[in-house]
Design a protein around this ligand. Structure first.
Ligand SMILES: [Zn+2]
Ligand SMILES: [Zn+2]
Length: 124
């Protein structure tokens, strides 16, 4: 059983990384972004950057889950990740081949789970 666990094996190639969530091998080259840092399939990332995107200076290395989508002034969508290890937040550019269904699901999550009945809005 445990022989199937390859997590301890050094698997660091600069050209790709393996998703901590779905195990997909992901190329760092992606359309629309200079440095891909999250999985295009499940949008999971890893806490490797400390100060700047791509500096790989963080000792945390924990899994980062996508929690929200933000929109920049030019209309570009930005994916917000939260680290499951230390709670750090980071904003990351979306790539052209990111899973669109998952992106939309994250974007509408607050509307799907409102803290008050949405019917109240009709009474304002
Ligand atoms: Zn993944
Ligand atoms: Zn972290």
């Amino acid at each position: 059983m445990s022989s199937a666990d390859h997590r301890r094996r050094a698997h660091q190639r600069p050209e790709s990384f393996r998703c901590l969530e779905c195990r997909l091998d992901v190329s760092v080259h992606a359309p629309g972004t200079a440095h891909r840092n999250h999985c295009p399939s499940c949008l999971t990332s890893r806490h490797v950057d400390q100060h700047r995107p791509g500096d790989r200076a963080s000792p945390c290395r924990s899994r980062m889950e996508p929690i929200a989508v933000s929109v920049r002034g030019d209309g570009e969508w930005v994916l917000v990740h939260r680290c499951t290890g230390c709670g750090a937040l980071s904003a990351n550019r979306t790539a052209g081949d990111d899973n669109p269904l998952l992106l939309v699901r994250i974007a509408v999550r607050p509307l799907a789970q409102p803290p008050f009945p949405l019917e109240l809005l009709g009474q304002i």
